[in-house]
Ligand binder design. Structure first.
Ligand code: TYM
Length: 334
């Protein structure tokens, strides 16, 4: 609780091109929660360097992501939108939590296994302890709720375990957060291989709809989306491609998958793909336009970056000081 309101924390990485998976699985839900909670939405740039980055690109993309948060509908006067690296308490708490996390727990993380297979030449310690930094992000703000896609569930469970372990030793220091997963859209799949999640690191650009794609590109990618030879628009395990398209259409049009089946009963895949593409383009177009406007308004965005980093640091340091005291660090002398 902060100022009598429940707290929401979430974040995204500015690496690669964000996809509609990031938007539908996470950012869209942040906008919904922002009205009813005290929210912190972070651009997690410290997480990004667990994989090698080109510095200029990371810097540019981080700013683009922060402006995307605003363009997608988050009000920076209400929700705290900031860069992780601007609030040193994240890294400081992560260090302490490292001492409350077991190697075995981190070794079981599927994202660590996947990423170390992908980046064999750079299996660094940061990649290994990544979920601990993520736990620090969340616990610093005493978050009650963490809206994320399904792929972050294992990390969130670990965060809960770390919080409970710490509380068991030192008393109720941390709020133990709950995950918040959207009913539909928590796992948007690749358009080229619907058995795998849509990912910004996919090498095939046709597999993902990027948040920067223009209408023609969006329509072309949906036309090429892999489906099946059943020829029926049905929401079932056996038709993963169609199921994925139904998920996307459902979220964007506020319909249940069954209502979508009924709407397209007797129609062909071509028609359906066009309708899905149009729904996506209708949502992304205005966001892209607003993002461009914001990127051109440097002074305004700079002000938000400065003010919100201060606000986040104020809350974060409150928790950090408490934790430092609990574990036995000497008091500061003023
Ligand atoms: P990241 O940057 O990979 O993804 C940002 C958010 O998008 C969701 N997501 C998806 N949802 C549905 N379908 C998909 N195909 C899809 N792909 C991505 C992710 O679940 C996530 O919610 N480690 C995190 C960032 C992070 C964080 C945190 C999140 C760091 N600290 C604290 C919450 C709380 C990550 O890399 O997300």
């Amino acid at each position: 609780m902060l100022n009598g309101e429940k707290v929401v924390f979430s974040g995204a990485q500015a690496t690669g091109n964000l996809t509609i998976g990031n938007y539908l699985g996470a950012i869209r839900n942040w906008v919904e929660l922002a009205n009813d909670y005290q929210c912190f939405f972070c651009v997690v740039d410290e997480h990004s360097i667990t994989v090698r980055q080109d510095p200029a690109t990371l810097r540019r993309r981080s700013r683009e992501l922060l402006t995307l948060y605003i363009a997608a509908g988050l009000d920076p006067e209400k929700s705290c939108l900031y860069f992780q690296s601007h609030v040193p308490a994240h890294a400081e708490l992560a260090w302490i939590l490292n001492c409350f996390t077991y190697m075995g727990e981190l070794q079981r993380m599927t994202q660590f296994k996947d990423k170390s297979a992908k980046h064999e030449d750079n299996i660094n310690a940061g990649l290994f302890t990544y979920p601990v930094l993520m736990a620090a992000d969340i616990l610093l703000y005493q978050a009650d709720l963490v809206p994320v896609g399904q792929d972050q569930k294992q990390h969130l469970e670990l965060c809960r375990d770390i919080a409970q372990r710490f509380n068991a030793v030192y008393g109720d220091v941390f709020t133990v957060p709950e995950g918040y997963y959207p009913k539909t859209g928590a796992r948007i799949m690749s358009l080229q291989d619907p058995l795998h999640k849509m990912s910004k690191s996919d090498e095939n650009p046709n597999a993902s709809i990027y948040l920067t794609d223009d209408t023609d590109t969006i329509m072309r990618k949906f036309r090429r989306a892999v489906t099946d030879s059943e020829g029926v628009i049905r929401y079932c395990e056996e038709q993963p491609g169609i199921r994925n398209l139904i998920d996307i259409y459902s979220v964007l049009n506020g319909k249940t998958p069954q209502e979508v089946e009924a709407e397209f009963a007797g129609r062909g895949y071509g028609d359906f793909k066009t309708a899905v593409g149009e729904s996506v383009a209708a949502v992304l177009g205005p966001i892209q336009k607003e993002q461009k406007r914001l990127l051109d308004d440097r002074a305004y965005v700079d002000g938000i970056i400065r003010d919100n980093a201060q606000k986040a640091a104020w809350y974060a340091e409150k928790t950090l000081r408490k934790v430092q005291k609990k574990v036995g660090f000497p008091e500061r002398v003023r």
